[in-house]
Design a protein around this ligand. Sequence first.
Ligand code: CA
Length: 310
Amino acid sequence: MDVTNMILDVDTGIDDALAIIWALKSERIRLEGITTVYGNVDVVQGTKNTLALLELAGASPDVPVAMGAAEPLLGNWKGPVPWIHGHNGIGEYVLPEPKRQPADEFAPDFIVRKVNERPGELTLVFVGRMTNLAIALAKDPSIASKVKRLVLMGGALNGIDKANIGDDPEAAHRVFESGMPITVVGWDVTMKALLDVAEVKRLAAAADADNARLLDFVDAITSFYAQAYHRHHKLSGKIPLYDPLAVAVAEDASLVTTKDYYITVETKGELSRGATLVDLRRPPSATNASLCTEVDSERFLRRFLALLSR
Ligand code: CA
């Protein structure tokens, strides 16, 4: 069994929380550290959520959490999204104040140090804005050739993503131009694998004592998310698992079908700023990313539920 040595960058966030739980529970992932960024909530709240979740999940204290960027490269953050994630980012669920502290290192410095310590071994999974990685690349461009792979959640085939790409297109542009091997899990493919939240409720009701508090949390945040998706996207009882799919692809690439493209990020257009565009002028051999086009949704969802019930 291959184990993926992972650094996970999050803006915790309901689906980020589910992605962290996946990474903690999977026997196929060794979590080397978590880095945090602004996005669904501000970076301080996202960091606090991450630390509190690690405690709730009983994670080993040797998983460091390094806090990162508080705003996009050019500033001008448009703010959190309480109508999707709640004011605290985790659907208003109140977790105990974390006793753990963030690491005494800025997230981009943590990434640069870790990648240089273990060249060719670390997979980066970015499920928030790409700001921390763009800053890390500016500090040390050589990490692009030392990262095993970057799996990022964001964008879509010739689509506009207002969140992970669109909130800091300059950062995403630098990442795509870096030469790092990249797999893109876009929102279009995540919408092909929707979770029925009743399944979570069923697992939570049947959870053993060790897992009951964590599954109560998962039940509550997925219910909150389902209500938000019902209000804003007309989904009924089903939610997309954006960030968990990126973690899943990092541990098992066979869950998805990919096609290689040269992807560029639009940083200028008034209507298309943040769009991920396939550059068809390049020769077919000149590609910079593998874009997920299909997902084995049944296998992905089964694995997610199996991990939750551990
Ligand atoms: Ca996220």
